[in-house]
Write a protein that binds this ligand. Sequence first.
Ligand code: NAD
Length: 94
Amino acid sequence: MSQFLVTGAAGFIGRSIAKRLLEEGHDVRGIDNFSTGKWENLEGLEKMDFMQGDITDTHVMERGCEGAEVIFHEAALASVPPRCWIQLPATTLM
Ligand SMILES: NC(=O)c1ccc[n+]([C@@H]2O[C@H](COP(=O)([O-])OP(=O)(O)OC[C@H]3O[C@@H](n4cnc5c(N)ncnc54)[C@H](O)[C@@H]3O)[C@@H](O)[C@H]2O)c1
């Protein structure tokens, strides 16, 4: 059993990864700020240690990374308006 962190755990891809890891018996911590994620995506993932927070927040990530052996980084704005990344790189390129 390993300790995993999944960012974007309330999103389409993150939720699927977290679900699979839990089914395999791993310890899973999830982080999401619900910018596009949905609470209903967490249904069935009650065993996950979930944190609502932003990955650009150092405190959130320090806590989220504690003990993590593997990180699946899926937190992202999957659809970014053209050239938006030039003005907002910290929140659109990560
Ligand atoms: N869905 C696909 O078919 C697909 C295919 C290839 C690659 N990807 C990539 O996988 C990643 C995830 O895509 P997705 O489809 O799951 O998108 P999604 O929007 O469903 O999930 C992204 C999650 O990240 C969260 N998030 C965004 N910014 C955050 C922040 N700053 N802090 C914390 N959480 C934050 C959102 O709330 C959301 O729950 C993206 O990088 C996307 O480009 C997706």
